[in-house]
Design a binder for this molecule. Structure first.
Ligand code: CA
Length: 411
């Protein structure tokens, strides 16, 4: 594919990508945009010019605070919107060439939370991550709990504190136990961590009582984002028994602003790890259900250059998204458009591919060196954590941009 807009070959937003997001200009009116190279394409303006004339839908969904109403039109419409725009951008005679105002420099816009998240679920689907945590805190001989290879373990998280890249957070406070077997104290967390994850956004509602099969799960996945599941390890350690994560996770989770569609990720499908023991029939999935997505995490202290501390890949996931959705709905629990499911920390086998400081610094015992001096066991005040993700195959590059948030001091 060749498009007539100049796009750098290293841009995440190639003609093959065309991710959706919510942007505004100085007038502060939020609208649906598509990213191409350094530009945002204003879809409302493009619609008014008649590019989507074969598609009948309410134009107001393109002038909206969130993508939800657009996504709810369904894939027959949203996939066509992206495909029509793609062919227009490859058409040398396109009439869009004479309407430069629909292309806005990304440096001139503000990006907003793309989706109004209804429910948010976080899985725990990387075998390397679950093994590391089990080894550190329980028993290296039995690092995985007995259920782990039989079902994709997950918990229901908090949607209200999901923020978009560029928004910053304050160090959370809470109860922590400093000396084992001592009473808890109340303080700012001293072990704030990131978790390198990816999220997927539900694009189709299911009916209460129905289940979604692994075979049909793709129909329910609109697209993917980068996801930083901020975690306070000291708060987590004291509070998590017996019901799992609570305030150690709910203070914030950051997502990237552009939602990359499942269609754009199609060329990057790969087989997942062999699952042994074999899974129950409702969890079995055929074909290539994992995706080869390179992932990186960098830490940037204030006024310093960043240091890449982790290089991982989404393809390492033991449980794929289709299995996660089949499991999520097997009891009849319904899905809504705008729900967000996160993968769980994505660690690889190599210690440089671990997806959290907890693993990279092995519970604080091995500080991670930074390029400009100093080291980190966990995240310091005024550190910015930046996650990036991209797929590459020959000349085809599809990326996610970044999710970046700074940890400010406790309020
Ligand atoms: Ca997590």
């Amino acid at each position: 594919m060749h498009c007539w807009i100049k796009v750098d070959k290293n841009s995440d937003f190639s003609i093959y990508n065309l991710p959706f997001g919510i942007f505004s200009e100085a007038d502060q009116i939020k609208r649906v945009g598509i990213a191409i190279g350094d530009h945002v394409i204003d879809l409302y303006a493009v619609y008014e010019l008649g590019v989507f004339k074969d598609l009948k839908f309410d134009i107001s969904v393109l002038k909206s605070d969130y993508l939800n109403d657009f996504i709810a039109l369904g894939k027959p419409i949203t996939v066509k919107v992206r495909a029509d725009l793609q062919s227009e951008l490859c058409n040398e005679d396109s009439f869009l060439k004479s309407h430069p105002s629909v292309f806005i420099k990304q440096t001139k816009v503000t990006m907003h939370l793309p989706v109004k998240v209804g429910d948010y679920t976080d899985f725990y689907s990387s075998i390397e991550h679950a093994t590391n945590i089990g080894t550190m805190f329980r028993d290296p001989e039995n690092a995985l709990l007995p259920n782990w290879k039989h079902l994709p373990v997950g918990y229901h998280g908090r949607a209200s504190s999901i923020i978009v890249s560029g928004q910053n957070i304050h160090r959370p406070k809470g109860q922590v136990v400093i000396e084992p077997n001592s009473p808890p104290t109340f303080q700012a967390s001293s072990r704030v961590d990131f978790e390198l994850e990816m999220g997927f956004i539900i694009g189709k509602t299911s009916t209460l009582g129905d289940s979604v099969s692994t075979e049909n799960a793709d129909d329910y996945i609109f697209g993917k984002v980068l996801f930083n599941d901020w975690s306070a390890r000291d708060i987590q350690k004291w509070e998590y028994v017996p019901l799992g994560p609570f305030l150690a996770k709910s203070f914030a989770s950051s997502i990237s602003a552009w939602v990359v569609t499942l269609e754009a990720l199609e060329p990057f499908r790969v087989n997942g790890p062999v699952q042994n023991p074999s899974v129950m029939p409702y969890l079995s999935s055929r074909g290539s259900r994992n995706y080869d997505i390179n992932l990186q995490v960098a830490i940037q202290p204030m006024n310093c250059k960043e240091t890449t501390v982790s290089r991982s890949n989404f393809k390492y996931m033991y449980w794929n998204m289709n299995q996660q959705l089949a499991h999520h709905t097997v009891n009849g629990c319904n899905l809504n458009v705008g729900d967000l499911m996160a993968s769980g920390t994505i660690s690889g086998k190599d210690p440089k591919a671990y997806g959290s400081m907890l693993e990279l610094s092995w519970a604080g015992s091995k500080p991670v060196e930074l390029n400009e001096g100093g080291s980190r066991k966990f995240i310091h005040d005024n550190d910015t954590v930046i996650m990036r993700g991209y797929c590459e195959k020959g000349p085809v590059r599809v990326g996610f941009g970044a999710v970046s948030s700074t940890l400010l001091k406790a309020k």
